[in-house]
Design a protein around this ligand. Structure first.
Ligand code: AMP
Ligand code: MG
Length: 340
């Protein structure tokens, strides 16, 4: 299933054409790449520039960067660096690129800060629940116990000098699904900046980061938070500059086992899907952090989740609880971003 597009753009997007009337040569215009399939979802790029010549090159470079990151970090692609780790890291430590090593380290850091709610070793439990959905059968206690014994960030052995990754337990599997899109967004932003683009936006599957010059005539980038109950509706609009927004939601991506919905986000301590919050949106300067925290807060739940986010500077949360879907619960600092 394709990832939800939670964030709607309140921009009229009409392909690779300048969206504003260019009254003068040096007035910036906004260009949109349209959507392309990447990382199991759809990505789209927007740039604001006076230099039309650079636009196509910039879109291509940003997309290539997302494809490159996916080639390193996908657990679906058997030839990715991550898949090599997953196949071999129990037999022997596997040397990985600096880039993958660092993202694994960042992920471990989030595991420690969230008491293990965010855990990229979740792979065996994710697999088990996916299989349960396909077979329409609840996993047995024995299957759950076996998978759980293979999960735990404390079982991941990193060697910072050799940049190797090893598994302490057979059958472990890393899953970067909760953080890799955010990382790819940050990389694509970097590539666009290096291409000389003064302002833009990168969207992968509804997770977004905007940077630099906002659209012509605007003070900020406007991003709408979609109503999880009705995709046509926007719950609120955010005015953002140099910020990332990531949303985790268990209302669209789930497997049905009998009548019971199981989200794709698993709570390592209950071994079952994270319940309680139907949608978690995090605002942060970098997409990698927004992405990891959105997944983590979904597991932590409302109280602990809000507590965590209140303690992180320049980072805000907007939560929708499963049993009160009309109401958006926000950290205090979100106020300044809301424009409606
Ligand atoms: P997101 O859509 O960013 O919330 O990421 C969800 C994805 O993260 C899932 O599809 C899994 O690949 C992975 N995942 C599930 N549970 C966890 C967890 N507790 N910690 C880290 N990643 C997880
Ligand atoms: Mg995430």
């Amino acid at each position: 299933m394709k990832k939800k597009i939670i964030i709607l753009y309140l921009l009229s997007l009409v392909g690779l054409v300048g969206l504003s009337c260019r009254e003068q040569e040096n007035t910036p215009a906004m260009y949109d790449s349209g959507f392309t399939e990447v990382m199991g979802t759809f990505a789209h790029f927007v740039v604001v520039t006076t230099d039309e010549q650079t636009v196509r090159r910039c879109f291509d470079a940003a997309l290539q960067e997302c494809i490159r990151v996916d080639g390193l970090m996908s657990d679906y692609k058997s030839e990715s660096e991550l898949s090599v780790v997953n196949r071999s890291a129990f037999e022997k430590p596997v040397a990985v690129s600096e880039e993958l090593y660092q993202l694994i380290e960042t992920s471990l850091d989030y595991s420690k800060r969230t008491d293990g709610a965010f855990d990229i070793t979740i792979g065996p439990l994710v697999d088990l629940w996916r299989k349960a959905g396909n077979m329409q059968q609840q996993p047995s206690e024995e299957e759950l116990a076996t998978a759980r014994a293979r999960v735990g960030f404390d079982k991941l052995v990193l060697d910072p000098a050799r940049k190797t990754v090893a598994f302490a337990v057979e059958g472990m599997r890393l899953d970067l699904g909760g953080i890799a899109k955010g990382y790819a967004i940050d990389r694509a932003v970097q590539v666009m900046r290096e291409a000389g683009i003064p302002g833009g936006l990168v969207d992968i599957g509804g997770d977004v980061r905007c940077f630099g010059t906002p659209p012509p005539g605007k003070k900020h980038w406007t991003i709408g938070l979609q109503d999880p109950q009705n995709e046509e509706d926007i719950l609120l609009k955010l005015g953002l500059n140099d910020m990332a927004v990531a949303t985790s939601g268990n209302y669209r991506r789930f497997v049905l086992v009998g009548q019971q919905k199981h989200s794709h986000i698993i709570n390592p301590s209950t071994r079952d899907s994270a319940a309680g919050l139907s949608s978690v949106t995090i605002l942060a300067p970098k997409a990698v952090d927004a992405d990891a925290l959105a997944t983590a807060v979904t597991v932590l739940g409302m109280e602990k989740g809000l507590q965590l986010i209140e303690g992180i500077p320049e980072t805000e949360a907007m939560l929708i609880s499963s049993n009160n879907p009309e109401h958006v619960i926000r950290t205090a600092g979100t106020e300044v971003f809301i424009i409606q």
